[in-house]
Design a protein around this ligand. Structure first.
Ligand code: BMA
Length: 290
């Protein structure tokens, strides 16, 4: 596999002292900003309602957690939780995409912050949609987003983060492969000279969640330059096979520090782990080399 697991995995476990994060801590956003790693992580208590917690780290491995969540259910669309945060910095502000969950179903949301702690909801993105993640810079003067109308990964554009245009499918599940059931974006697309490197999750008919890579055109990310055949991370450790939902490695974060991709992921919807790989090696995989 292209990514190597950190020897200290799992890096974060549920905290029985806080009811809201006593059962599961898993899918997380991570932003590296001004020399510090900032994590926003999905946590569940025994009521299975998801909140989003905050943690900071100097090395990306040892984390200092805030005792209260930074985002909790706030309205009728969020009564069952706020899930799966992904975060980017665009023009000096931070944007978090997350999924609101309630008896009404799921609703993809967008929020904004200037300090990563206090979040203001901007607007819903779309109902029955999730796995949405903003590109870290505008493309052709517009905001761009990857999103998921099941079972495919879509692309869309906006001038104001409220109204979205030019929706188009960019990647579908592939028959007879590890991503044959559904696909969704992982962390934010990574700009490189060769194109946008994207990490995504694929699900197979046995509901195993793996991570894969592809390369999109820089100016027109609807154009997939290459998509690697093989997964770059797949469940392999006991805590990835068994937890709340079995056989899951699910990532919402891939910050780059000193040329290394830090792939943070939830293992079996219960714990948080880290796998790393040199950017150059992942780019080779995404281009079908090496
Ligand atoms: C997806 C999301 C993730 C979760 C995964 C595996 O649909 O809800 O939050 O990690 O399923 O259960």
């Amino acid at each position: 596999m292209v990514f190597q697991r950190h020897p200290d995995n799992p890096l974060m476990k549920p905290n029985p002292l806080n009811a809201w994060e006593a059962l599961n801590v898993f899918n997380c956003a991570v932003v590296h900003h001004n020399g510090l790693f900032h994590m926003l992580y999905r946590a569940q208590g025994r009521d299975y309602i998801s909140h989003i917690g905050y943690a900071a780290s100097a090395d990306g491995v040892r984390w200092n957690r805030m005792s209260d969540p930074v985002l909790s259910p706030a309205d009728a669309n969020e009564t069952r939780g706020v899930e799966d945060p992904r975060a980017v910095e665009i023009d000096g502000a931070f944007y978090m995409t997350y999924t609101a969950y309630s008896p009404n179903g799921i609703l993809a949301m967008i929020a904004r912050s200037t300090n990563l702690i206090t979040w203001e909801r901007i607007a819903p993105f779309e109902r029955d949609n999730k796995d949405h993640v903003l590109f870290p810079r505008k493309i052709g003067g517009r905001y761009a987003i990857l999103h998921r109308r099941p079972p495919d990964i879509w692309l869309a554009y906006s001038d104001d983060l409220k109204t979205w245009h030019d929706h188009q499918i960019i990647m579908r599940p592939r028959a007879d492969m590890w991503d044959n059931l559904k696909v969704g974006a992982s962390g934010p697309p990574i700009p490189t000279d060769a194109g946008w490197l994207i990490i995504y999750h694929g699900v197979d008919a046995d509901y195993v969640y793996r991570q894969g890579v592809a390369l999109l055109d820089l100016d027109n990310p609807a154009k997939v330059i290459h998509r690697a055949d093989a997964a770059v991370l797949a469940p392999d450790e006991p805590w990835e096979f068994k937890g709340d939902v079995p056989n899951v490695v699910f990532s919402c974060a891939n910050p780059i520090v000193d040329g290394v991709i830090y792939l943070y992921y939830g293992g079996a919807d219960r714990l948080i782990g880290l796998a790393t790989a040199p950017l150059a090696g992942v780019l080779d995989a995404a281009q079908g080399r090496g």
